[in-house]
Design a protein around this ligand. Sequence first.
Ligand code: NDP
Length: 244
Amino acid sequence: MSKTVLITGASRGIGADTARLFAAQGWNVAINYNRSGARADALAAELKAQGTAVMAVQADITDVRQVQDMVRQVQAQFGGIHALVNNAGIAQQLLFTDITAEDWDRMFDVNVKGMYHCTQAVVRGMIDSHVGKIINLSSIWGIAGGSCEVHYSAAKAAVIGFTKALAKELGLSNIQVNCVAPGVIDTEMNAALPPDALAQLKEETPLGVIGQGSDVANLIYFLASDQSNFITGQIISPNGGLVI
Ligand code: NDP
């Protein structure tokens, strides 16, 4: 029987590349989206045409009821959820002195509270079945701190603390919880970065390239697979050597 993955924020970017990889490996794929419904539907149609059992499911992960409803829909369609990829996220570049309380709350609502909502909704089923993989998306800035991204860096550091603590709590339930902390990846999230800032980041990266969504998807898939059964509570950073 095929395993099922729920990927939040899979309408585009890293999440969409991750959905494609799980589909290619024969998993049932639940594509969560918030605003990009047409793109999520197009991705679902693409994967369905390749023979994947797939569904696109709308939920704003900051809303606990929408998240619970999403998880019920996925369970009704596919049964148990074997892997949860907490990928949905937002970023924002601002001087610290310009960050408003609303900016701060929004950053934590999506990147931290959304992850908490999704994990709580999924994890009880994993505990009951004594199997599960949870993969949380942090960032190099959550490890190293990014100038003009204090709220983003703080939220992504919270993802790391969440991962480590939950891994300890869920170990005896045979649930592995790990964190992927990417470097600079070519997605719409970085579209607002000035070209010279992007060029400088590329220059500072030992491998001399900006990462692709597939570079991150490969690691996420490994952490969801049985190949990583002895790995939990770890922060792994596909970043081309930018942060070592
Ligand atoms: P994108 O901006 O390309 O995509 C973000 C995704 O998150 C979209 O699918 C969007 O859905 C979804 N999303 C945003 N808010 C919500 C919400 N409230 N509820 C549900 N879904 C939501 O981002 P990336 O693919 O680049 O990033 C994916 C993850 O990787 C993020 O957590 C990001 O912080 C992290 N990351 C990215 C890096 C990069 O360089 N790109 C580097 C380090 C970490 P929709 O469009 O449907 O609203």
